[in-house]
Design a protein around this ligand. Structure first.
Ligand code: TYM
Length: 341
């Protein structure tokens, strides 16, 4: 972003979000988050981060983490986020995130963090590695958001509790030290907010699921996508209609609707009397058709690492400029002596 863009975009409200490079990105990440981000490009000043520091709360293989960091950035761009209109960067490239994390940790209560359902879920899954980072994860997320004076945070519904904590921390800090942080609002997309597993449709689709048929990756090839949808768990009924207790079909109708833009009623009418087999195939085809251009753009981007690195650098430069101003303000408010020049 050049200086003129910088000046112009500083007037717009900030939108901030991020994805952990902790696995293969799924259509849950796409529909709950990334797909919606593009629509904010004109109205807001968007900042999107690859949150590699959050990813290490669960043990990662370093080479995989490094590769996935590039991949996640490439997915952002392949999904249509142009680096000219969006600040795209990697969290660990901007030290202010770690700095504000500490300042906010000292203003976050043990009890608040103990109530986080994601901590409880993740500790149950990683019983051998319940580290302090896993516990304080939401503080780093609050730092990500509050560093930029963010107004809007587009996320899936699983992040709602973390977002509310970020708001509480901002309000608390402001009440003690005077107006410092913007109190952010969440944007949770009505249809895509919680895409469920294809194998256990009462559970959220997750990039860390060990069952490969449970989730569909944004980058899965056409045959794989269609095969996974054909195997999706449904129920013993045959009518394609949303209803309580039909978690599998409800999820498939939702996914179809998100990818085709058709309403639930239109889909139910279209598949009236046609049975689950035909419907599952149609969902798979709709998803594969919609994701094909993302995949081909992704392949091109991954073949050009210097380009991805230039995006990372420009993004980190701008993010650092903004974030560093906020850290200086916070340090001043806390009573830290400014580093003599
Ligand atoms: P992560 O990496 O788990 O997920 C990235 C985004 O995808 C959404 N999501 C889903 N949406 C619908 N259905 C699903 N099955 C599904 N699975 C994931 C998540 O809600 C999220 O929006 N803590 C965040 C990353 C983060 C962040 C931030 C987000 C760190 N700092 C600051 C916003 C602002 C996370 O774990 O996302």
């Amino acid at each position: 972003m050049n200086a003129a863009n910088n000046a112009q975009s500083e007037k717009k409200k900030i939108i901030f979000s991020g994805v952990q490079p902790s696995g293969v990105l799924t259509i849950g990440n796409y529909l709950g988050a990334i797909k919606n981000w593009k629509s904010f490009e004109e109205e807001y000043d968007p900042i999107y981060c690859v949150v590699d520091m959050h990813a290490i709360t669960v043990r990662q293989t370093p080479a995989d983490l490094r590769r996935r960091t590039y991949e996640t950035l490439a997915v952002y761009i392949a999904c249509g986020l142009s680096p000219e209109k969006n600040t795209l960067f990697v969290q660990s490239h901007v030290p202010s995130h770690a700095e504000l994390n500490w300042a906010l940790a000292c203003h976050t209560m043990f009890g608040e963090l103990s109530r986080m359902t994601q901590f409880k879920d993740k500790s149950a899954k990683n019983a051998g590695n319940i580290n302090a980072g896993l516990f304080t994860y939401p503080v780093l997320m609050a730092a990500d958001i509050l560093l930029y004076g963010t107004s809007l945070v587009p996320v899936g519904i699983d992040q709602k509790q973390h977002l509310e904590l970020a708001r509480d921390i901002a309000i608390r800090f402001n009440s003690v030290y005077g107006d410092t942080f913007t109190v952010p609002e969440g944007y949770i997309p009505p249809a895509g907010m919680k895409i469920m597993s294809l194998q256990e449709p009462a559970k959220k689709m997750s990039k860390s699921d060990e069952n490969v048929n449970a989730s569909v990756a944004i980058l899965d090839d056409r045959d794989t996508i269609i095969r996974k949808f054909k195997r999706a768990v449904t129920d013993s009924d045959t009518i394609v209609k949303k209803a309580d207790g039909k978690d599998g079909i409800n999820n498939l109708i939702n996914i179809h609707s998100c990818f085709t833009g058709k309403s639930v009623e239109e889909i139910e009418r279209e598949f009236d009397g046609r049975g689950y087999g035909e419907f599952k195939l149609a969902v798979g085809e709709a998803v594969a058709d919609a994701l094909a251009p993302v995949r081909s753009e992704f392949d091109k981007l991954m073949a050009d690492k210097p380009y991805l690195e230039s995006v990372m650098k420009n993004g980190a430069d701008r993010a650092h400029y903004l974030a560093n101003k906020m850290v200086s303000k916070v340090y001043r408010k806390l009573g830290f002596v400014a580093r003599p020049r």
